[in-house]
Every structure is written in C-alpha cells, then in structure tokens.
Design a protein around this ligand. Structure first.
Ligand code: AMP
Ligand code: MN
Ligand code: MN
Length: 320
C-alpha cells in the first residue's frame, strides 16, 4: 500500500533526492510524455540529476515535444541506478514495462487514474485532475523554478491530449485556466494541435484497412475495430483510430483491439456513460470511466471474445 502524499509533500520528498529517473508509461501518450519532460526540466533547474525513460517508442505525432530526444530506452538486463523512480500517469506497475526490473529504487507515482493500484511507495493521486500535466503545473508553481516556454509547451500538450482539446468529460474550469495561463506564457494552441494531429502517409494508408474490420455488437451499441499483428507496425501511430467507432450515433462503447505481438493484444475502450475502467480492471488494466484500456496476453481473436463477452453483458444490463 502506498503512502498517499499531497503536492507540497511531493516537493518535500523531491528536495531530498539527487539522482532521479522519471518514467513514462508504455504506449506513451501526450500526457505521460509532456508531464515527464516538463517535470524533468523543473527538476534539472533545481540541480537534480535526471534521466527520462520509456520502454517503448514515442510516436511520430509527439516527436515535436521539446526534450523528447532525451528519452532513454532501457535495455533488458541493465541496471540503472537511482535514488528515486518517478512513475508518471501509470495506474499499475506493468505499465512501465521492463523499467520495473531495470530500476531498483523507491517509487513515487504521480497519477490521476481512478483505477490506481497503489503499487508505489509514495503516491500523489488526484483523480479529479484532467491530466497529470495539470498536477505538474501545480507542482512547478510551488517549486523555485522558472516556467520556460518548453516547460509550458510540454504541460499544454499533456493537458490537451488527455482532455481532447477540452472536448471530453474530464474538462474542468481548472484545466482550462491552466491552459489559458500557458497560452499567456507563449504556447500557440494551433501550432500544438497541428503537430499532434498531423498524420503520416503510413497512418492514412493503414486507416482504411482498420476501418474495414469494423463490427457492431449488442444491438449496435458496441463498435469494434482491430489491428492484427500482420498490420501492426510500432512506427505507425494508431491513437487516433478509436475516434471513428467512438463518434457513431447510438454507439455506447467503442473498442480497438491491437495485436502488438502474436499473443499480446492491447485494448482501448471509450464510452458515453458505461464505466469501462471497471471492465479494464477485470483484465488487470485500468483508466478512467470513459477511457480505459488493458492488455490481454492472448491472440487477438481470443482476447476479443473475452473482452466482448464482458462488455456486451454490461451494455445489455444498462439497457434494462
Ligand atoms: P488508451 O486507450 O491507450 O488511450 O488508454 C485510455 C486510458 O486507459 C488511459 O488513461 C490509459 O492510461 C489507460 N490504460 C490503457 N491501457 C491500460 C493498461 N494496460 N493498464 C492500465 N491502464 C491502461
Ligand atoms: Mn496516459
Ligand atoms: Mn493521463
């Protein structure tokens, strides 16, 4: 069980540490990436030795984020010494991949997932925060650091990618206020969204193949798409694909199945009202009420059957 700490206590803890590794979750999104890189810059300003790590590739749509080149991809069997490991935006430890084995240090987890499994030694959790980026903003306010344009850009990316540019239900007055402060600081919203939303030719070529797999279940309340291992390419970012089944009239739950290895299927779920984080938890995943995910160590067809039977049950129960 973690010791739960506040923003102020997080800073008190950080003050006492020198060599810090900050890790982003696998399948890195804008929140984990932007939050990690902003926190790294703040900690460097106060004289800490900081390494940023991720056991995955960072997608092409996030390559513009300042500092992204500094990520170290851990090598299996290598030990990376540190006084503290900060895990950013990951609700369970498996989300950091092999960093679990490569870094043996006390863990501070900064997170906003309702499904957090309390795996860390120290946990600063705010499930009301729209993004961890919003928490990092709060933290740098109490640290003796200067907000720079690169830091502001990283935090802005973290916030807008997690709340869908203020479209999703996790959008709050406070997240909008923080974003407004960052814009005042010089962040250009159009430049950020142009960068994040830009698609490579490879992504556009993959999209019709994935859309062709779309199926409907439970009286058209569930829509699924899938990406078999033959189609999977870690260099091609598929984050945006879930929005296609998501924005279909009458669809309550949208699901994407992605076979990242022959017997490893990553699942993304989006819902209108069903708490999909509960279904994700049945499969050791997690997330938020309306956006959750899990990884099932089975080939796509099997993983799909397992997950769909739970989802269909829940969706039909809602209709009663
Ligand atoms: P995604 O569909 O990958 O954008 O993820 C949606 C939400 O679910 C995010 O908040 C993720 O952090 C969370 N999530 C996705 N996959 C997992 C997993 N395997 N375990 C825990 N949380 C997950
Ligand atoms: Mn995330
Ligand atoms: Mn997040």
């Amino acid at each position: 069980m973690s010791k739960e700490i506040s923003c102020e206590e997080t800073w008190e803890l950080l003050k006492t540490q020198k060599n810090i590794i900050i890790v982003s979750h696998i399948g890195p999104d804008g929140d984990t990436t932007g939050s990690t890189l902003a926190l790294a810059e703040a900690l460097k300003q106060v004289g800490k030795n900081v390494t940023v790590m991720v056991d995955d590739k960072v997608g092409s749509h996030l390559q513009f984020v300042p500092g992204v080149d500094s990520y170290v991809r851990p090598k299996a069997g290598t030990n990376y010494p540190a006084d503290l490991l900060i895990v950013v935006d990951a609700s369970s430890l498996d989300r950091i991949g092999i960093v679990q084995e490569c870094v043996k240090a006390p863990i501070l987890n900064i997170d906003h997932h309702i499904s957090n499994t309390h795996y860390a030694d120290y946990l600063w959790l705010n499930d009301k925060a729209s993004a961890v980026g919003q928490m990092i903003y709060e933290l740098v306010q109490i640290m003796p650091v200067k907000m720079t344009l690169t830091m502001a850009t990283c935090i802005y990316v973290a916030i807008v990618t997690d709340c869908g540019y203020f479209k999703y239900s996790n959008t709050t007055p406070n997240c909008m206020r923080v974003a407004a402060d960052l814009v005042e600081f010089g962040v250009e919203p159009n430049v950020i969204s142009d960068n994040v939303e830009m698609k490579s030719k490879a992504v556009m070529e993959l999209l019709p193949k994935v859309l062709a797999t779309m199926q409907f279940w439970a009286e058209n309340k569930v829509a699924t798409i899938e990406l078999s291992n033959e189609l999977y390419d870690e260099d091609v970012s598929t984050e945006s694909f879930i929005s296609y089944p998501r924005y279909i009239e009458g669809v309550e739950v949208a699901i994407m199945f992605k076979e990242v290895e022959k017997a490893v299927t990553r699942i993304s779920m989006r819902s209108r009202s069903l708490d999909v984080s509960k279904v994700a938890l049945l499969f050791q995943g997690g997330g938020h009420q309306k956006a959750a995910g899990c990884t099932i160590n089975k080939p796509l067809a099997e993983a799909k059957n397992l997950l769909l039977s739970e989802i269909i049950k829940e969706v039909r129960a809602m209709a009663c």
